[in-house]
Design a protein around this ligand. Structure first.
Ligand code: N2P
Length: 428
């Protein structure tokens, strides 16, 4: 990892010294979302396929909105980025994406064409009603949003409802993902249970609901939650759970897989559940932004990520589920000691009962109670404002404490210095 960061830094220096931009591929991905050893392998593979040199400059982000702002406002020249579904929708609507051209890749190495799941293709069609996202994006990983919990402190029943995040029993031990949309969705689903059961709204309606009334309801709820929050985390929640510092974490399924494995090694028992009220299912996909400078290498990179052995390595390293529809990807995860689950919706009829980790691959019954988030356009600003109101109070009370301590320290220093001055004056 360190070695790679040094290489990345060197590459960045090279880049700023004016090296040939055609020989550089700037990748901007989520943190902890790839097996970084595949990056130098890509460079060698690209050279073997095209005869051209390429250096990957790899940078990471923790939340969609940071990445989006760098491209939307900063016009940064990343060649390839990995947004979630609702951000892909937004980027499509604002003309920020270039169409993908896989016809330019020789058939013999066109892994995308070979490994696209019909399920994923349909999901990508649903991302944006007016533009087919399949023409602009290739799914990388996917999963659900749910609750990671410490099984020695929390029962499956307690974790099986979103109400757990304001359960006073776990105050001070709750971690919440610092991802406004991924928290808003589940909380709204929880608050609208009655309407969902009566059939007056659907999960899909709620994913589009950016009304002032709903935002206010979620805000009021989150203000009850925040007193018990140990941390709003972009990426440290999984680690805190493995160390036993947190006992409940609103998180993504891939972080759950990683945390459950790591925790088991140090004797901490974690599990993951998608609460019964329903949740969000998300898909992150590779896209080429319109400010990209090396679309050829970007296209090859996406293809390389779709090679089944590379997809398996990325899964095994990160805990996330590849969106690759190749049966060998699924096969690599089979463990006969596990209960069979129904994955026919993703891999076709032959996957109606496969023994794989249900945290990794959600069973059909889980998928049925989950929905895809959608872009809110300008209303996103209302959500972000609400989010900083909710979290901001925490920051300001901490800020007040720090200011008070600093103020007392300055006064004390002034008093001590005056006293010393007086003493010196007397002695003279
Ligand atoms: C991994 C990030 C996963 C992104 N650190 C989930 N959409």
């Amino acid at each position: 990892m360190k070695k790679f960061l040094i290489l990345a830094a060197l590459s960045a220096i090279l880049l700023s010294c004016g090296s040939n931009r055609d020989q550089v591929l700037k990748v901007y991905n989520w943190s902890d979302y790839i097996d970084e050893t595949v990056l130098p392998e890509f460079e060698a593979w690209y050279k073997a396929q095209t005869g051209e040199d390429i250096t990957v400059v790899y940078q990471t982000f923790d939340v969609n909105e940071t990445m989006l702002s760098k491209i939307e406002k900063g016009h940064e020249d990343y060649d390839i980025v990995c947004p979630s579904d609702y951000i892909i929708e937004r980027m499509l609507n604002s003309g920020l994406l270039l169409p993908l051209d896989f016809a330019s890749i020789p058939d013999s190495i066109n892994y995308i064409a070979l490994n696209k799941s019909p399920y994923i293709q349909q999901v990508f069609r649903d991302i944006n009603p007016s533009i087919d996202a399949n023409d602009y994006s290739v799914a990388y990983m996917w999963g659900t949003t749910g609750i990671i919990y410490n099984t020695e402190k929390v029962t499956a029943e307690e974790a099986g409802t979103w109400d757990i995040i304001r359960n006073p029993k776990f105050a001070g031990q709750i971690l919440i993902k610092d991802a406004p949309r991924d928290v808003y969705g589940p909380v709204l689903i929880y608050l609208k249970q009655k309407e969902l059961q009566e059939g007056t709204v659907t999960l899909q309606d709620l994913m589009q609901d950016s009304s002032d009334e709903s935002i206010a309801a979620v805000e009021a709820y989150l203000k009850q939650v925040k007193d018990g929050v140990l941390g709003w985390e972009a990426d440290f929640g999984k680690d805190q759970m493995t160390k036993g510092r947190g006992v409940v974490s609103l998180n993504w399924s891939g972080d759950a897989v990683w945390a459950i494995d790591e925790a088991a090694e140090v004797g901490v028992s974690l599990d993951y559940i998608v609460p019964e009220e329903g949740s969000t299912v998300w898909f992150d996909g590779w896209v080429i932004p319109k400010y990209a400078k090396n679309t050829k290498a970007a296209t090859y990179f996406i293809d390389f990520m779709c090679r089944p052995d590379i997809a398996i390595r990325n899964m095994d390293e990160t805990g996330y589920v590849s969106a690759n529809g190749a049966f060998e990807v699924l096969e690599s995860q089979i463990d006969d000691e596990l209960e069979p689950i129904d994955l026919s919706y993703f891999f076709g009829p032959e996957a109606a009962a496969v023994c794989v980790d249900p945290v990794l691959y959600p069973d059909k019954s889980v998928i049925d109670r989950c929905a895809l988030e959608h872009d809110w356009g300008k209303d996103t600003d209302k959500l972000l404002a609400m989010w900083s109101r909710v979290k901001g109070d925490n920051a300001s009370s901490m800020t007040y404490v720090i200011i008070a301590i600093a103020f007392i320290a300055i006064i004390a220093a002034i008093l001590v210095s005056r006293k010393n001055k007086k003493r010196r004056h007397k002695r003279r």
